[in-house]
Design a protein. Sequence first.
Lengths: 1064, 370
Amino acid sequence: MPLRQDIKKVLVIGSGPIIIGQAAEFDYAGTQACRALKEEGLEVVLVNSNPATIMTDKAMADHVYIEPLNIDVVKRIIEIEKPDSVLSTLGGQTGLTFSMQLAKEGFLDSHNVKLLGANPLTIDKAEDRQMFKDTMEKIGEPCIPSKVVNTVEDGLAFIDQIKYPVIIRPAFTMGGTGGGIAYNEEEFREIAGNGLRLSPITQILVEKCISGWKEIEFEVIRDSKGNIITVCSMENVDPVGVHTGDSIVVAPAVTLSPAEFSMLRKAALNIVEELGVEGGCNCQFALHPTSMDYAVIEVNPRVSRSSALASKATGYPIAKVATKIAIGYTLDEIINAVTGNTYACFEPSVDYLVVKFPKWPFDKFVYAKRTLGTQMMATGEVMSIGTSFESAMMKAVRSVELGLDSFNLPKFADKTKEELLELLHNCDDERIFCVYEALKKGIPAEKIHEITMIDCWFINKLDNLRKTEEMLANCEELSEDLYLRAKKYGYLDSTIERFSGKKVEHHRKGVYKMVDTCAAEYKAQTPYFYSTYDEENEAEEFIEERKSDKKKILVFGSGPIRIGQGIEFDYCSVHCVWALKKLGFEAAIANNNPETVSTDFDTADRLYFDPLTPEDVDNVLESEKPWGVVVQFGGQTAIKLTKYLSKKGVRILGTSADSIDEAEDRERFDELLGRLGIPRPKGETVLTKEEAVAAANRLGFPVLLRPSYVLGGQNMIIAHTTAEVEEYMDIITSHMKDNLVLIDKYMMGKEVEVDAICDGEDYLIPGIMEHIERAGIHSGDSISVYPAQTLSQKLKRTIIDYTGKLARELKVVGLVNIQYVIYNDEVYVIEVNPRSSRTIPYISKVTGVPMVEIATRMMFGEKLRDQGYGIGLYPEAEYVAVKVPVFSFEKLHDVDTLLGPEMKSTGEVLGIAKTFDEALFKGLVAAGYKMKHEGGVLVTVRDTDKQEVVPIVEKFEKLGFNIYATAGTALTLNQNMIAANTVRKIEEDEPNIMTLFDQNKIDYIITTSKKGRKPQRHSVQMRRRAVERSIVTMTALDTANALANSLMSNRTVNDVELVDITKI
Amino acid sequence: MDIFNNAQQAWLVLEDGTVYEGYGLGSSEDAIGELVFNTSVVGFQEILTDPANANNIIVETFPLTGNYGVNHENDLHESITARGWVIREWCAQPSNFRMEGRIDEYLEKKNISAIFDLDTRAITRKIRDGGVQNALITRTNPEGCKDELVAKIKAWKKPMPAWVNYNEKVSFEKLDSKYSITMVNYGIRKDVINALMARGCRVTVVPASYTEKEIMETKPDAVVLCGGAGLEALRTDYAQKENAIDAAQETVAALMKSGVPVLGIDFGHQIMALAMDGSVEKMHCGHRGANCPVTEIASGRTFITSQNHGYIVKDIPASAVVSHVNSNDKTCEGLEYPQMKAMSVQFIPESEIGQKNFDGIYERFLGMVK
């Protein structure tokens, strides 16, 4: 069936802020969906609270609402826009849940809106635990023994029958939030109680734990005619027990013989048929390692992280095809964009192996519990493509940016065989490295398999890497054969040289093969390449066949999503590519993140899916021979390449390598500030603990400590005492040897941030942003307001002046982000980043200044004055935009929620309104604050905050909240005529804070403490318990004050004006 | 175990003179055959033992082979194998609970010559762009004697497959069989026999040389013509066998007209078309893989099928209507003969990987049996 004639205007619901378990993959899916809809001439209405996404671009939809994803808001948008349909399956769990709620309430029917993509029955059959079980039983597909329960006691009764260990899975939560494995009653009570609280329908599934079985996935697509195909099979290296998002995954499945393969494929097709899915569907199976027993783990009748991976792994655009199916097309009518002459109704065939490797936030959260389980913890992932498992793994370990180029993790190097046998039992993010070290120490693959249940196939392949390493180490000369073998296994020249101690005499460059969905059976059009060490270079052929006069530009992407380097850099990279194409260039992109729009093969003219190390980049340069390269949009990942590229003589477009160094090198930067007469907080550079302590005493406490090259405030703290400086230096020197540490006087003032575009002479400041929280909290974790609300004209003038001076002096060509602190009415510079920043997407959207495009134009010598946006400060927008950070604390165990200089948020939302109050309200709602107007507030603050907290608590008291406080805080409050109930601390006798938590008496917590981080600390434990109970916890007084003000305005989401940003 | 340890050099020489250098695996004998590629990711053992590949050297597009080892149950035919195998990498430490051995041992036992460490994608692209051609796998360095070798490779013609000379009659039977099916041995596949038996059929396999009369003497409720790669072999200009194809056509025409239900699969589909005055044509590089989409015209539905053929039915017989087409290149994938109780398909219904798709083919066919 072609396009349905009754569809003209479609509402797409996005997935909201990036959180663990729901990340950039939905921007990729949503963007593909919007483009697929527009391609058909349909009018698209989009709602998503996440401003960093490409899907919320004005170009992506006809009407774009960056509004809280809240059922009432969605209803109001439907009333305003009157779409005839809503697309439910492209916006992750969030989009799906809203769609179902609207359908079930009858709201869609009463407003004549059709539900596209999935019907409520399909969704219920897949997501409601009991219905799912019943459905599987009906079609004879085995499930794991399990029971849906609504109370802890019912769960315990069931466990009497099936015995421990058991897995707890809460219903309708994403990424397995609130789930876990329990080995005894105590653990069960804790996990189940938590899971029941988190489930919107207070329901959990208790199931027999089948840890150790193989975990196999199939991505299936079905259309309204019943045509059904599997796009891709995937096998988890980490067996059942580790969330698939935290597993190393290969595609296609490799250890299944046709018997098991076809059994599971058939099961997947049966299930999808029975559910009646029309679109994409992910089916997860557990397969017994030594029998034909299997069980269906889970079915997701929507696009997902796995479908994004399958799309990138095969070249088959699942989200696009699913969208076309939703609006009436069938698979046999949709052309396969890869070949251009075959249809979407076929099963892709791959002639390479794909590895997905997760990116975890544990480098940042050093105290977090690293054990992997049923709850996903990875913030992002990389994908690599190779002609062998070995080479794909080697590429993956480079791409994931752990500072490694092999599977040798220094911390395991000294471990004995016995220690390693013990360590292999730890199922954490470093297990694969432990396996490798175990092989090196002579532990047999069989033994490793016994402990880890990782299939011997994978272990033996890793052992091939060990053997290669051993051969390199023992070789008398580096023969051509050995060198080539190492290259084919994915070793870099530098790695080969390090292991062998020999110079590589004849460097061999990599060549490229194409990802074409059909294993070369048909001639394909896809400009999608990965490197190998063969003879033919399909990328070169491709370029040769399409020779044009256009200059070629290579853009470097930002690698895996991690805290501090998120989707915003993908937004910038993609916009740069678009701008380059618009300017008449051929744009190529190099990146390795499968979740993103930048790695969609039709974004750039050519896509190189490979790691971003110098040698990998060399290969791209050799094939692509670009006229110039762009590094300033790919975050730190791309910026890191600058020095190398510049040394090679590659033309770096925009700000020069020297300028980047000048901004990042402490001494040079200080000198620059001296020349310009711009003050900054006093600071020093140190290398050892002793130097650090001495410097701290010279500067005076408190001081800010951080390594010289930082990302998202990684490993950054504020120290108030000598002991804290020492603790910090111990950690830093154990992680990174010989890394300089910067130590600065810490000024607790107002933080202001500026993004500017510069052409080398003139500069344009689209907006000045002001943070709600004072300096000391990472800018990524602060609530940020545009335009700045409280700055005097004088201060603004100073900021504009400094920005101009810095941009000019640094000869910035393109974007620059500058952070200032205002202390005692003086402006100080904190840092200058001559590159794109986190705030570019939202400032571009709110001000209407296409910042990335203009910055790209600057790189080719265009002048700011000719762009039509003026120079200097751009006129302030009519709207106020408030960016509110979103955290994923409930997914990470033992991580302190106390905000500080180290970034902790995973995503952000935006509130846009005519007034600051309304914008703040929207932002808070969008970020998930329930904005309750009654209940209890718990206050427990450090001594230095006790006076300042008084007026804030007073506001809550006036609002009618019951005030609880720990002894010291309560005393101060009572002395100030605020009736606060004293409550005992968590470490004191009951009844204490925990009692209040359990009685659901606390709705907000205001907590500050001098120290945090260590999970043993009572204050950290209290905050963790609060996170587990989803109690809003504010760890900065400024945040609490803003919330109190917002509550006092007495708004509801029904009062706010909804803004279509395409009309701004 | 390291696959490169003690590996001997081997060469793949193509009819057009291209030489690829790799390492030998399996039999060390020279092997000449028609070089074709297969895009299946799993099922290498089935591909190697599909009688349709009897004269072929298979290029495996998936780079990692032998991952799950070998198991005798996976063989589609117990004695027929492909002539050679061209791969990138084989797995020295396979892992699967069903496995009985490694692929290298298997190749030796089956006397299949293989070559590894080659860029199979490059070879596949060559076949895709230039069409199928003959090739040789050898352990002898072709340097110095390339011209002679190439001449030899060019001159090679597909020989008459061994099964043409099989003259025994074999029966496969379960206790409660409902139908009696006679299968003509054009190179039968085990999975087809299994599929029929699963549907209550007693299967009797008779030699390809049987006449219509001899076949009907087995008292079949229906006849299945299955097998592959026969056509070219039967058409070979080896003088003494020249009439094999004519004889087969005659037999099939007589069977179809006799009123006994006839199902043609793969080569059977082609020979039925020829018997009814249709024509067949050699393809550029064939359909070989587990991901071939086929549209059933009556329902409009598309299914993913397993295929392994280098010929297609070109001119449709006047007595036939097209029931299935290839969704990509629109070639004929199935025929029905409305005046006769006869139907045929080019793909393999319900082969291991394609299972679940086209479950209906056998049912429809058995529906003709009254």
